[in-house]
Structures are given as C-alpha cells and as structure tokens.
Design a protein around this ligand. Structure first.
Ligand code: GLN
Length: 544
C-alpha cells in the first residue's frame, strides 16, 4: 500500500459456523454506524462461486438479482449495502471467483504478467486486493467493509482469506477482521453453546488470521459469561464480542450494534478520528416502524416460491423492502399478501378473499404463471384496485390491455409466444443476435437509463418531476408498431426514453392508480428515501 492508500481502512467480514445468518446485514449495519460518525464508507461483496455475476442464476436458488446503477447483476447483499449506507454501489464493489479468474486469465493472455508463470498464489489474491483497493479509491472511502461469502473452512473462499492475510501483512494497522458466527441453543439443552464459534475461530486461525471482533448471531442475546468464555478461549477482549440476537426488522441492527459499543472499539483499533455518532435518522425510522397509525394490505403476485417462504421473500427482496419503506414513510404497517401466480390462472378468488388495497406484479422471466398474472391485472383494472407493474408486470399489463380492451387477438409478448399474432411486446433490436449466439450473460439492457415523463400524468404527480433515471434489466420491450393504438385506446405511454423509441412507463388516466414501469424502481428505494412510485401506490391504496 502506498502513502495515499494507507489512510484507507479495511474491515473484512467472514462467516463462521454456518451461512445465512445475516452477514450481509451485519456488514451493512457496521458500515451504517461508521457512516453515522461522519466517515465515508463503502462496501464490497465477494461471492465465492464461479459465475461471473448473479445474472444467470435462478432466483429461487440464489435469491434476488440486484442491479447496480452501472448495470452489474449482483448478489442481493449489494442491495442491503445501498439501503443501509444510502450510497450507490458499483460494479467495482462486487466480485466472484469467476470474475477474478477471468481478469487474471485475460491479463495473462494479453502478456500482462510479462512472461512470468501465473500462479493461483499470489496472483489470484493479488487481483482480489487490487479490486478491493480500487473500490475504496473509487468511492474515496475512509473505511471499506468487505464481506466474504461462505464460511471459514470451506475450500471455496480460501483465496479470499489469503488476500486478507496478505493485506494485513502489508499494513496491519489498516486491516481488521470480524467473524459473524452463530451460537445455537439446542432445544433439549435450552442453553446457548459457544463451542462451534470457538472452532470457527480456530479454523480462521489456520488461515493465518485472528478475528478482531466477533458478531455473535443467535436467537437470543449473548450474556456476559458467554462473552467472557469466547474471549478467553479465542484470545480476545470480551468487549469485542458483539451480541446480535434475532430481530423483527433488519433496520434495528445498526442501533443494536451501536449499543454494543463495537463502532467505538473499531475506530480505536483503526486509529480513526471521527465526529460524534448521530443515529437520529435511524431512531426516527424505528419509531415509525413501531408506532404506525394504520395498516395497508398489499398483494404481490409471485412465482419464485417453490422452496417455501424463505426463498420466496429472498427472490423479491427489494420489492418487499420498497413496500416497507413507503409504508413506514406514510406511518403505516405493511401487510404483504403473497398471491401464487399459478393459482390465479384458475380463478381470481385469492384476490377477492384478501380484499387487498394495492397489487404489485413484480418482474420475472418465462411462461409459468403469466396467465395468472394477466388475470390479476384484469381484476385490478376493472375493480379499480391500485396497481403497480414492474418490468414483466408492465409488459403483461400491456398484453392484458391489448387483449381485453383493444380486442387484439392473440396479443402476447414474444418471450412467451414466439409467433404471437399481435406481438405487443417484442425483443429489442440488438437482442435477437445475442439470443442466437447464446450470449446470455450480462447482455440484457442493464443499469440506469433516463425516462421522460409526460405532463399531467400520475407518474409526474408521484415523482414531482419529468425526467428520472431508473435501473433496468430486460430484453423485451413495447413494440413500437402498437404505440399509437395503445394511446388511442386510452392506455397512456406516460414514460418514454428521450429518443421516444422505448416505452418506459404506462398508466391508465381513469383509474385511481394503474402504473407500469419497464424499469425496476425497487432497486432505488431506501429506508430514508422511499421510492415515489411505491409511495403513490400505497397512498392510492389507503383511499380504497
Ligand atoms: N422477461 C422480461 C424481459 O426480459 C422482463 C424482465 C424483468 O421482469 N426483469 O424483458
């Protein structure tokens, strides 16, 4: 690290015992309480799989694919960083094993190693370090929090831990390591056990690393005797063992961490000078969550549900968070009703029983469940239920309108009906060639693009402006041949790309709130800055 770099500090977060215990939220929360001291903070996510990005993964298996401003398709944790840090995160902040190896191999092919033998160690960890430092530099970050996916002891992330070791060796004063561990309470014992955490620390020691702090995830708070036990057995100070019990809302975690005093310990260890901590906005948020004035019932039509509730909510994470942010902003408690798209193919009964106040059709791919989504759209349109269609949700709203209002026989999107009689949604020009060549990875229309909003539209009313930037992830698009027909039939194409070739938003003027967007507003909603379209939807819902 040279002189300029050396003021930058790095906090690595590794997982112990098991994954899926909230390492992403822990990393984001740590970042948030450091930012609340006036530090500039960014976060990096390392995923140990071979996929170059998360774009080609099934959301049921992997959870939501998050999209950055600059069009990277990432793990959902990047979404948590953006929401907790209230900062945009870029491509440079995300790496996978595949991405790291790809650049090493491409550099080798371009003679970038000047004839040297290119080896797994040190060249791969060096590439990892270069990427981390570049992200820190790009964001001009005082502190960069780096989350290493997986758990210590597995083969997959060993090279990333080696990168941590090399960075620490180079500049020990600038690098800290936190272990997010899990403490089980076996039912038959009724006692919280620290042993798995002790083993995890030993495993980490085996890679040449000693944790500077441990975040002790458990269903209950960690008591003092157990903090001491971990401290003694793992050669640590008990003040560096953070109790992190389960919470009903992830947005409580920053406040809980602050109360544990961990940020003060971190800044002391890193020798940072900071302002006094100010968590007022976080406390205000918790206050709104805890003291709502009313409730709002939102139906979300879903199809990525096949392994139960856990992956269901994971696949639609940003949509759920957006609903929450908007509801809290309006001092409402959101109640989300999951509506199975395939069940809606048979009947709209589920829509009737729940008496929902607002309906969301989120993005998606492929045929399964589309007719159910279309039925739900008909219901919302005819029964004046406030409706928001996201990406595929907007495309299907156009299909529904074409079929049922414009009487266009066989209207469909060519994603589902290749030879549709009326292809109102079709593949964007440059996409045809890519599909033929099986060039699927990272080739959708990705990232943020401008959208111009029509005057006197519901969209304009919601946003309070006429030009917005929103994030996209799609291959299909409104077919220009039908634009005029739609407008004439009363569906307003209220948002367009500046060159007026692409439909970005649609709405129905004579409906309380019927809006569709080709983009994904959910990627830009933040707890302290709810997205206008979700706020507009819920406001209309409350009038119903
Ligand atoms: N499958 C559609 C497309 O590719 C919609 C994508 C989405 O909803 N993100 O255009």
């Amino acid at each position: 690290m040279n002189e300029k770099k050396s003021r930058r500090k790095y906090i690595f977060i590794a997982g112990g015992v098991m994954s899926g215990v909230g390492k992403g939220v822990a990393s984001a929360s740590l970042g948030a309480i450091l930012k609340a001291r006036g530090l500039s903070v960014t976060a990096v996510k390392i995923d140990p799989y071979i996929n170059v990005d998360a774009g080609t993964m099934n959301p049921v298996e992997h959870g939501e694919v998050f999209v950055t401003v600059d069009g990277d398709e990432t793990d959902q944790d990047i979404g948590n960083y953006e929401r907790f840090l209230d900062e945009d995160i870029f491509k440079i902040n995300y790496m996978t094993t595949g991405r790291v190896y790809l650049s090493v191999i491409e550099r080798e092919r371009a003679l970038g190693y000047h004839g040297k033998t290119v080896e797994v160690v040190p060249h791969v960890p060096q590439e990892v370090i270069a990427r981390i430092e570049k992200a820190a530099e790009y964001h001009d970050a005082d502190v960069t929090v780096i989350e290493i996916g997986g758990t210590v002891g597995e083969y997959q992330n060993i090279l990333f831990l080696e990168a941590v070791r090399m960075m620490q060796l180079d500049c020990p004063a600038n690098v800290l390591i936190g272990l997010v561990s899990y403490l089980p309470i076996p039912g038959n014992l009724g006692e919280m056990k620290t042993k798995p955490t002790q083993y995890a620390v030993r495993t980490l020691n085996g890679t040449g690393l000693q944790p500077d702090f441990i975040i002790a995830r458990a269903s209950l708070p960690l008591d003092e005797p157990r903090k001491k036990k971990i401290a003694v057995n793992c050669s640590m100070d008990a003040r560096d063992i953070v109790s992190a019990p389960d919470v009903d809302s992830i947005y409580r975690v920053p406040r809980n961490f602050e109360n544990e005093g961990i940020a003060d310990r971190i800044i002391e260890k890193l020798g940072l000078k900071t302002k006094k901590v100010d968590l007022q906005h976080w406390d205000d948020l918790l206050n709104r969550i805890d003291h709502p004035d009313g409730e709002v019932r939102i139906g979300i039509v879903s199809k990525y549900t096949s392994s139960g509730n856990f992956s269901l909510s994971d696949a639609y994470l940003s949509v759920i968070e957006s609903v929450r942010h908007a509801a809290w902003h309006l001092k409402l408690k959101p109640e989300i009703i999951w509506l199975d798209a395939e069940a809606l193919e048979k009947s709209d009964e589920p829509l009737r029983v729940h008496d929902i106040q607002a309906l969301i059709i989120p993005g998606g791919f492929g045929k399964r469940g589309t007719e159910g989504k279309i039925n739900a759209i008909t219901f919302a349109r005819e029964k004046n239920v406030p409706f928001l269609g996201l990406c595929l949700g907007m495309q299907l709203a156009m299909v529904e309108y074409a079929r049922n209002v414009m009487n266009l026989r066989g209207a469909h999107t060519t994603e589902i009906e290749k030879e549709a009689e009326n292809p109102v949604i079709s593949l964007m020009n440059e996409q045809g060639e890519r599909m033929k060549n099986k060039d699927y990875g990272g080739t959708m229309r990705l990232g943020h693009f401008p959208c111009e909003i029509a005057k006197w539209s519901k969209a304009e009313e919601a946003y309070g402006k006429n030009k917005v930037m929103e994030r996209h992830r799609h291959r299909y698009e409104g077919n220009p041949k039908y634009y005029e027909d739609f407008e004439q039939a009363g569906l307003r194409l209220c948002g367009m790309s500046p060159d007026r070739t692409l439909v970005e938003m649609i709405e129905l003027p004579n409906h309380p709130f019927f809006v569709g967007s080709q983009f994904h507003p959910e990627y830009q909603s933040r707890p302290f800055r709810p997205h206008p379209l979700f706020v507009g939807l819920l406001k209309a819902g409350m009038q119903k």
